[in-house]
Design a protein around this ligand. Structure first.
Ligand code: HEM
Length: 380
């Protein structure tokens, strides 16, 4: 999409798309300003059929503040740092599982299971149920199609409706168990939380559950996949990183987030008529903010289409900006910090499997490989 983004930034940084009566903003300044101004740009963009404003990410203040407070403390850099040994262990187990084979699908065999297991343990879901929630998370993600309409939207909505009961029952059972025997996990936090003196409803807890599931998995999966993909495309930059990992690993992770932004866009709704770059977006209209494009804006980044593992400063907005700034930013950075050296040091000669090219994900608003077949020297 990057050449299209470049064209749009140059020609129409604010674009009206008549068939959907939708607006799109492509430039860094415009996107960041809209993310910052939550009084003008509402996050309540849900349709009748999709997720509801019970989801933190689709709520506005004052409710947003209350909901965010409930789980915020589990995501501070310090709480997250405590997870490092466990993430390391999970990563080691995944690599152990494939290392003798000499080949794997980097996405299905590593980049997807790692974050899924981490967030599952944080939420308090038994690891054995993982295959179920990988499927759930895909179905929830497909709800992005509801915005574009058509057959894909109808299918996504039907699938989600069918799934909701199953998920509801599953989460209810876990909540009942936590009420009897609290644990140190996110579910316990949700069960015990009070907002304005009232407990969360089952619907609200389910909203959190679905959000954490999708936000905690798809995004970091894409970050890890995008990292390896970028190394394959830019072997010189990989060599630079390997020569000085202590200094360059943190900047490498930020550069992947900028260069191949995993969440390429978010929705907002205009609460009033807004003038932006000389165009008026009328109140009530939906707007797509394209962070994937903003992060390649030459007005903000020198040589934006160059993948530079030493880029610093790097004020990308891959995690959003303002009050909805990604709660999982420290977590996903930590997962990448553990995963990347683990993969590079243990999988000698890591290279794309020559016969099977990578495939992009299909969902509209995420960017990353759906499959990334790789080979390496078999080892122990
Ligand atoms: C919000 C991106 C990983 C949980 C966001 C937003 C972005 C984002 C762009 C802002 C949405 C908006 O403004 O409408 C990413 C990326 C990730 C990542 C690129 C990985 C590379 C995670 C992880 C979690 C997580 C691992 C952990 C559970 C959340 C939550 C919100 C959020 C709960 C909503 C915050 C709010 O509305 O106040 N994320 N995310 N994210 N993210 Fe992430």
């Amino acid at each position: 999409p990057f050449s299209l983004y470049a064209e749009m930034r140059a020609k129409a940084p604010v674009l009206h798309v008549p068939p959907l009566d939708l607006w799109m903003i492509f430039d860094y300044e415009g996107v960041k300003r809209a993310l910052h101004d939550h009084d003008t740009w509402s996050s309540i963009v849900t349709t009748q059929t999709g997720p509801t404003p019970d989801w933190l990410v689709f709520s506005d203040p004052p409710r947003h503040t209350l909901l965010r407070n409930i789980i915020q403390r589990a995501f501070t850099p310090r709480s997250i740092a405590n997870l490092e040994p466990r993430i390391r262990e999970l990563s080691r187990e995944l690599v152990d599982g494939v290392i003798e084979r000499g080949e794997m699908d980097l996405v299905k065999d590593y980049a997807e299971p790692l974050p899924t297991m981490v967030i599952a343990e944080m939420i308090g879901i038994p690891v054995a149920d993982r295959p179920r929630f990988v499927r759930w998370s895909e179905i929830i993600l497909n709800l992005s199609y509801t915005m574009s309409g058509g057959e894909a939207a109808t299918r996504a909505v039907a699938e989600h409706a069918a799934l909701k009961e199953e998920m509801h029952a599953y989460v209810d059972d876990l909540c009942t168990a936590r009420k009897k025997a609290p644990k140190g996990d996110l579910l316990t936090r949700l069960v015990e939380a009070e907002v304005d003196g009232e407990r969360l409803t089952g619907e609200e807890i389910l909203g959190f559950f679905q959000l954490l599931l999708v936000a905690g998995t798809e995004t970091t999966t894409n970050l890890l996949g995008n990292t390896i993909l970028s190394f394959f495309e830019h072997p010189d930059e990989l060599a630079r990183l390997e020569a000085d990992p202590a200094r360059l690993l943190p900047t490498t992770i930020e550069e992947v987030l900028r260069y191949r932004t995993p969440v390429s866009m978010v929705f907002r709704a205009a609460k009033r008529d807004v003038m932006i770059h000389g165009q008026t977006i009328p109140a009530g209209k939906f707007v797509l903010l394209l962070m994937g494009s903003a992060n390649r804006d030459p007005k903000q980044f020198q040589d934006p289409d160059t993948f530079d593992v030493g880029r610093d400063p790097n004020p990308h907005i891959a995690f959003g900006h303002g009050i909805h700034f990604c709660l999982g930013a420290s977590l996903s950075r930590l997962e990448a910090k553990v995963a990347i050296p683990d993969l590079l040091s243990r999988l000698r000669g890591l290279a794309p499997a020559s016969d099977a090219p990578w495939q992009p994900r299909k969902a509209l608003h995420v960017h990353g490989p759906a499959r990334l077949p790789v080979r390496f020297e078999p080892g122990k």
